[in-house]
Design a protein around this ligand. Structure first.
Ligand code: AMP
Ligand code: MG
Length: 479
């Protein structure tokens, strides 16, 4: 079924452990992503083959499954980690020569499991499937989900749950934590090999630069700035931006405690373990800068053999972060306002609107989408008296450009989703799906496949929940 290569295994052995998925009792296909099968150019008519391979019960001949070693800073604290419940079956090469890691999540214990059972609950894997696919259709780089297979075995958390295995597809699972592992548990040669391997695989255009490690640092910084700006665009809160969950490829991954913001409040946090709001909505750019700094530290021995010079060079790269972030952020937000030919004076339009939204507790998604939607609805934030003066100013600014409103609307419609995965609906859909009823799950995911297009029959899905819902809403890691 898969066309596997295993280039990661060319790295020194300490970067992985060869381990097979643990077979499961009674595998049953719950979700199979037909669109993604097409992207991967996989055509198997044999449904038994899918079930056997995507549950981990049988592996393709070319597969040499392994788990990756990595370390990472979790909530600021350094620790050794590694794939504790995932196995990479191989790197699938598509007919058009693209390379994707195929990873099973929840497929049993590995040498990195510590005290974990290596398993995952059906609801948590459905959640990852649902949100990663929604992110993809929001045009945000992300890991994707190929399948969810029930295991027929219970998974014990607080109570017994149904177990499941998710197939995760990603350009690469190399993360900042992989470099931290090389730096603090390996030799400089290990680190060098990892840098070269990563550049060759993900950024071949800078593979032969003067200081490859510095080129890698800059690439990752830019791609992560792009990514986090996209999260801010749609109100996404990742929830657990530890360095082991920050990919080198610039793909969003690890959908544990993530959520979407309803009412605009920059300090929004939903994760039950994020007591200090480290990973709050508005902290995400600062945290990504912090994470990139951890990557810089890990790379120091390869940046220059003299540590002080290495620090200076790395610092110079990191010092560009704030300017790059500001440019990217305001460009992204000004797209949401449909403003062309932007100049720095336009930034205040963004700041002022956000301030008004915060004070008046307006819905983030609906305030922006209402600027370009031709329909009206109850509690449309656009009618909030607090926005009156701002709207005048914004309209004045739009009319300065040729084709002012027509062009502005088309820009806004590409950048302001009408439908996002609203937490209350996601939870309802997941609870029902975990109990075997997929009708809401399927309907919602279908709506979320065209999130920028208003559609009357889906109107109720754009409405936020009552404020009480968010006050009590909590998300959880892993499970
Ligand atoms: P995460 O919070 O999902 O990024 O996971 C952090 C670490 O915990 C990773 O090393 C995971 O592999 C590990 N982990 C999470 N859940 C389990 C589990 N059920 N069994 C073993 N390891 C786990
Ligand atoms: Mg993780």
């Amino acid at each position: 079924m898969f066309n596997f290569d295993n280039s990661f295994l060319s790295l020194p052995e300490k970067f992985y452990s060869r381990v097979h998925p643990s077979p499961v009792a009674k595998p049953e296909m719950v979700l199979l992503n037909k669109e993604l099968l097409k992207v991967l150019t996989i055509h198997s008519k044999n449904s038994k083959e899918y079930i056997a391979e995507l549950s981990g019960n049988k592996t393709t001949q070319t597969s040499t499954p392994f788990s990756q070693a990595y370390a990472g800073h979790q909530f600021g604290h350094f620790t050794m980690l590694g794939d504790g419940r995932t196995v990479i079956l191989g790197e699938h090469i598509t007919a058009d020569n693209k390379r994707f890691d195929v990873q099973l999540k929840g497929c049993g214990q590995t040498p990195y499991s510590r005290r974990g059972d290596g398993r995952a609950t059906l609801k948590a894997m459905l959640r990852e499937y649902f949100i990663s696919e929604a992110m993809h259709y929001l045009n945000i780089p992300t890991s994707r989900s190929l399948a969810v297979v029930k295991t027929g075995e219970p998974v014990y958390r607080e109570t017994a749950n149904e177990g499941a295995v998710l197939t995760r597809i990603m350009k690469s699972h190399i993360r900042i934590g992989t470099f931290e592992f090389a730096r603090y548990f390996g030799t400089t040669d290990d680190l060098r090999e990892l840098v070269h391997y990563t550049l060759k695989r993900l950024y071949p255009e800078v593979e032969h630069g003067e200081i490859p490690a510095l080129s890698l640092l800059e690439k990752v910084m830019r791609i992560q700035i792009d990514l986090v700006a996209q999260w801010m665009r749609v109100g996404f809160i990742h929830g657990v931006m530890n360095t082991d969950n920050t990919s080198i490829s610039g793909e969003t991954f690890d959908y544990g405690p993530c959520a979407f913001m309803n009412t605009y409040n920059p300090q929004t946090v939903f994760s039950s373990i994020d007591n200090n709001g480290r990973y709050a909505f508005d902290n995400q750019p600062g945290i990504i800068k912090w994470n990139i700094s951890r990557l810089a530290e890990a790379l120091l021995p390869l940046i220059h053999k003299d540590t002080e010079t290495a620090i200076k060079l790395a610092q110079k790269t990191i010092d560009a972060f704030d300017i790059l972030w500001n440019e990217k952020y305001y460009q992204t937000m000004l797209n949401k306002l449909g403003i062309q030919n932007v100049n720095y004076k336009d930034n205040t339009l963004v700041d002022e609107l956000l301030e008004l939204m915060k004070t008046s507790k307006l819905d983030y998604t609906n305030t922006f989408s209402a600027l370009s939607l031709e329909i009206d609805f109850e509690n449309n934030p656009i009618h909030d008296p607090a926005l009156k003066n701002w709207l005048e100013k914004w309209k004045g600014r739009i009319s300065e450009n040729n084709n002012g409103f027509r062009k502005a609307k088309s820009i806004m419609k590409e950048n302001n989703p009408v439908f996002i995965p609203r937490n209350h609906l996601t939870e309802e859909a997941l609870n029902k799906a975990a109990a075997g009823n997929f009708s809401l799950f399927d309907t919602l995911l279908d709506v979320l496949k065209t999130p920028y297009r208003y559609n009357e029959s889906s109107h109720s899905y754009l409405l936020p929940p009552k404020q009480e819902f968010d006050k009590n809403y909590q998300t959880f890691c892993g499970t």
